[in-house]
Write a protein that binds this ligand. Structure first.
Ligand code: SF4
Length: 540
């Protein structure tokens, strides 16, 4: 049994870390990279997997694919995303070492992969955002890689090259000198099958200049965004296409306008790439709402075929936004910001938080009014959680307002009573995902936002016999599950039939998938069968 004590290892004082190329072979190593399963959430789409056939996960994980690509030459690698399929006994037996990465929400599953690795006597190594914020969560892993890719990564590879046995004590390697983002290898997209993913993923920048009280991004990745050059993004897009992606790409940057000048340089390059390649992909991204102030950026995003934006609206209450240091959302009236994004063809997906200190008896009403007035179909409505090492965590700890009481759905002791807060969350979900209201909002989106998108020819690699068969199979399953079995079948047909008659099958498939997931999730959550937060894995 591994001694649980932690040995802090300064990579600089470790045996001199050879560069990856110098490590060479022998000895080659066999590395199994395993990405843990997510808990169900509003954004996970798992309640639509009975419709989607081989599609089993939203997008491939960037971080682990970058690490897979960075392995020394001659090392073999297998990649398993447990959101697609569970790692098999044969995978663990094959490996010399097991690499895991994940977020706090995946904490239980992260440790389960470690348990399986150890069952087969394999050394277990954990990196990624959760361990970087809270190494103390993971006392049983053999190696912890804390921080981004850098000198700790080289030190880790050097140690594994020398010896792949489990160390007697846990070894913690912490990055002091980060690898510049532009020197990251292109993620090993060739290890995934895009048959299993709704969309692809790509990273342009890391870090965010803002300081929202609840967010751990500035602490983890810094407030001065680091960037890749635009040409490098094109190389990654080319590789994604070569690996079989034909749909969309999600920019996983925490805030794509973290550096506006850099985005202004990227957009013309992306537009030219789309035009040269006959518009093969559309894009989705995350950004702060103040992006809606900049006409030139909105025009550029539209011309480059950005069609979906996730915005952390958090709350429509202005005093609450000031209280959580999210004043960037007040750069223009929130509804006007949403309209301006819609006017440039972008669907807005909104993050909303319940349980802020400013919440009162009117909060549910105000959020419900916002849902109705914004016409945003998809809102991730979650209970506030305090993430370790955020300003929120520090404040609540000082105020004695962190709780680890069993059975609670949040670690925050709210100013309102716990019961009132959870009921507010359920009221908002019930309203937002009432089938008639949800399909009405999708009706407005497809009629008033989609036509604002840049027209583009249908990419030839999308219209393959395989894709047509897959689309028809999904349509049939949607018609059965939503049009026959569901108790909201009349509402579904009122939306779907005019579109089927006019050949707008894609609108039926995409909305059918999302609606089935969102309605099922909301009903389960309101019945107390699901957690109230994407971060509800116990944090304290
Ligand atoms: S804008 Fe987004 S990424 Fe930046 S600090 Fe706020 S919540 Fe975090």
């Amino acid at each position: 049994m591994l001694d649980e004590a932690v040995t802090q290892c300064d990579p600089a004082s470790a045996a001199p870390p050879p560069a990856a190329a110098e490590l060479g072979r022998p000895p080659g190593r066999r590395i199994l990279c395993v990405f843990p399963l997510y808990e169900p959430s509003l954004g996970s789409l798992e309640y639509a997997y009975d419709i989607t056939g081989t599609l089993r996960a939203f997008m491939p994980p960037q971080g682990l694919l970058v690490i897979a690509a960075a392995l020394p030459e001659g090392w073999e690698v297998r990649f398993v995303d447990e959101n697609v399929a569970r790692a098999k006994r044969g995978d663990f037996k094959w490996a010399d070492a097991v690499f895991v990465s994940g977020m706090h929400v995946q904490r239980r599953q992260i440790d389960d992969i470690r348990r399986r690795a150890h069952k087969y006597g394999k050394v277990a190594i954990l990196g990624g955002p959760s361990v970087s914020a809270c190494p103390e969560f993971y006392p049983h892993f053999d190696y912890l890689h804390v921080g981004e890719m850098g000198d700790a990564t080289r030190a880790l590879f050097a140690r594994l090259a020398r010896d792949c046995a489990r160390p007697e004590r846990q070894i913690v390697l912490e990055t002091g000198e980060r690898t510049p983002l532009e020197d990251f290898p292109i993620p090993a997209y060739e290890l995934v099958s895009f048959d299993h993913y709704f969309i692809g993923s790509i990273q342009f920048s890391s870090g965010c200049p803002y300081r929202c009280e609840f967010c751990d991004i500035p602490g983890l990745y810094g407030r001065v965004p680091r960037l890749k050059p635009p040409q490098r993004i094109l190389a990654e897009l080319d590789k994604l296409r070569a690996c079989g992606l034909t749909t969309s790409v999600y920019f996983v940057d925490d805030n794509l306008i973290a550096n506006r000048r850099a985005l202004r340089e990227l957009l013309p390059v992306l537009i030219a790439w789309q035009e040269t390649n006959s518009f093969p992909l559309s894009f989705a991204f995350e950004a702060t709402l103040n992006i809606a102030k900049y006409d030139d950026l909105l025009e550029g995003l539209r011309a480059a075929c950005f069609t979906t934006i996730f915005v952390g609206i958090e709350t429509p209450e202005e005093e609450a936004l000031s209280a959580i240091d999210k004043e960037q959302n007040l750069a223009l009236p929130i509804l006007e910001g949403v309209r301006r994004l819609n006017a440039h063809g972008m669907e807005v997906v909104a993050g909303v938080i319940i349980g802020l200190d400013t919440d009162g008896p009117d909060t549910a009403r105000r959020i419900i009014d916002f849902v109705d007035q914004s016409y945003i179909p998809m809102l991730t409505i979650n209970l506030l959680q305090a993430l370790p090492k955020t300003p929120l965590w520090e404040r609540l700890e000082k105020e004695g307002r962190l709780s680890d009481e069993a059975g609670r759905e949040s670690n925050v002791v709210f100013k309102r009573s716990y019961e009132e807060t959870v009921e507010t969350w359920r009221d908002c979900l019930r309203h937002a995902y009432d089938p008639a209201r949800l399909f009405a909002r999708y009706e407005i989106l497809t009629q008033h936002t989609f036509p604002n998108r840049r027209p583009r020819p249908r990419p030839p690699d999308q219209v393959t016999p395989k894709n047509v068969r897959r689309g028809m199979a999904m349509l049939l399953r949607i018609c059965w599950k939503l049009g026959v079995v569901a108790d909201y079948r009349r509402i579904f047909w009122a939306y779907a039939w005019p579109r089927i008659k006019t050949g707008r099958i894609e609108d039926v498939i995409s909305v059918g998938i999302l609606a089935k997931h969102l309605i099922t999730y909301a009903r389960k959550a309101c019945a107390g069968k699901l957690n109230a937060s994407n971060y509800s894995a116990r944090l304290r």
